[in-house]
Design a binder for this molecule. Structure first.
Ligand SMILES: CC(C)(COP(=O)(O)OP(=O)(O)OC[C@H]1O[C@@H](n2cnc3c(N)ncnc32)[C@H](O)[C@@H]1OP(=O)(O)O)[C@@H](O)C(=O)NCCC(=O)NCCS
Length: 225
């Protein structure tokens, strides 16, 4: 499902549950040894998805451990992203010569809990969501888009990003979105990235967003300000 909103150079695998036993490397098992069983299972399933994706890129199975602030450490020469929510787990990976940074997120396609939208959005975003129609839970898609932004942003910057430091706008016609940074963006070579382009999808009760930053694509560095 997530592969529908990712470029073809990206490999993605998903699962709708934790039914298939997924083995962990001892170092990975140690990370979740004290966690609840449900967390251990999602952690294992999403790593199975990630190893399947990496295998398609020719990367043999290896531990995928959390690094700084939980960002997973991907094998040299690859980038990737993982997500899990009730009813869906997914991982995507690509070679760094094809994709510079990657972020994916899945959420149940349900309204956000009371009060959350106000915490994660700007007044202008809320006005924008109101104009989009009632056929989608745009508040949840906004949250997911910002999680995808953060997963793409963090490995590039090693910086936190406040929910209200990014302004997201959706284009329903082609199921894309733009995320404009209101703080200094990541630097890639000589360029400052001012925002990301992403894609979104709602399918089988799951809201999905994805961002894949392509190398040497100047328009991605010039998102409308
Ligand atoms: C880290 C965070 C983005 C995870 O998102 P989530 O919707 O809670 O959970 P998901 O299941 O979709 O994703 C979890 C996975 O994200 C990945 N992840 C965690 N921290 C990460 C980071 N700093 N950078 C990139 N990926 C990260 C991990 O692979 C994790 O799975 P794992 O623990 O099994 O390895 C979220 O918990 C968080 O801290 N958000 C606050 C910051 C933020 O989003 N700001 C928005 C700015 S616009």
């Amino acid at each position: 499902m997530i592969e529908r909103i990712l470029p073809s150079v990206t490999v993605a695998h998903h699962a709708f549950d934790d039914a298939v036993d997924a083995e962990l490397f001892p170092q990975e098992a140690a990370v979740v040894a004290a966690a609840a069983a449900v967390r251990q299972r999602e952690f294992a399933t999403v790593r199975r998805c990630a190893r399947e994706s990496l295998a398609a890129l020719g990367i043999p199975p290896m531990p995928l451990l959390p690094g700084e602030r939980g960002a997973p450490l991907w094998p040299r020469g690859t980038v990737g992203s993982m997500t899990h929510c009730l009813g869906y787990r997914a991982a995507a990976a690509a070679r760094t010569d094809e994709i510079t940074a990657l972020g994916i997120d899945a959420e149940p396609h349900q309204p956000l809990p009371e009060g959350v939208l106000e915490m994660i959005s700007l007044p202008g975003e809320r006005a924008h969501l109101s104009s989009l129609g009632a056929d989608r839970h745009w508040d949840r898609l906004l949250f997911s888009a910002k999680e995808s932004v953060y997963k793409t942003w963090f490995p590039l910057t090693r910086r936190r990003l406040d929910f209200r430091a990014v302004s997201v706008g959706f284009q329903p016609a082609d199921r894309t979105f733009t995320a404009e940074f209101l703080v200094p963006g990541p630097r890639i070579g000589e360029d400052e990235v001012r925002g990301f382009h992403g894609r979104w999808l709602v399918d089988q009760g799951i809201a999905l967003t994805a961002i894949a930053l392509l190398p040497a694509r100047p328009h991605l560095r010039q998102v409308a300000r």
